[in-house]
Design a protein around this ligand. Sequence first.
Ligand SMILES: [Fe+2]
Length: 252
Amino acid sequence: MLHGQTLFGSFIVHPMSGLEDHAGDIFRKSRVGLRVAAEELIEMLGWSQADLEHFEQEGRAPSTESTKWNAVCERLELNPKKFQSILRGWEPEPIRHPWVTQIQTDGGGMAVHAYLVQDPNSTQTAIVDTGWSADALMQEICKRGLEVGQIWITHGHRDHIAALPELIQALPQAQVFTGNGLIPQAHRIESSQWLKLGLLSVQVHATPGHAEDGLTFIVNYSQHSLPGVAFVGDAIFAGSMGGAPRQFQLQP
Ligand SMILES: [Fe+2]
């Protein structure tokens, strides 16, 4: 569900848009987090087990009849109006930012985003997460002549760090910042810290929940009259919170 995308071989560079989690993902995260039995929801919706499995996998419901969804949303503590609009295909407006580039990598059908964040005053650049493959990132870096001195890791789930060994090898000068001590020679951030990227100030906060080592990087572009950008990893999606079954009750 991507708009305005441009294809370059096996990867995609495009304006930031679309939902990474569909209605079925949102439904499943609440069901698992609140420990609601699948059978109860199947009965409420008048579905079969296969209907529920297909919905959670694909995000397409056999029925969008609203009275049933209102009751189900109440049970799952979801906003019924917002959930049903996602069910009917709502997507956020694409975000275009002159100094942030989103790059989508594909891990056998599972899309994961990485980002390039550039200082407007120079070519100094940070990579945010790696996605599945370094190819698209490296091609964009070479094409634009960017100097990558930092790699920011929002969390250590495999889909966000799969290409880290490749990138460390290709960019030996880059410092890696993470929230865990598992990556050799990485700079570990445990609470709040400021980084500099060229003339940009970057605030880093520990944001555990979806992952124990979750970090959020907030880049301040106010000197350029642009909104700040927060890289939250999987902590927040456009349509929902990130999955956090073990800490579900901490979510707002
Ligand atoms: Fe994750």
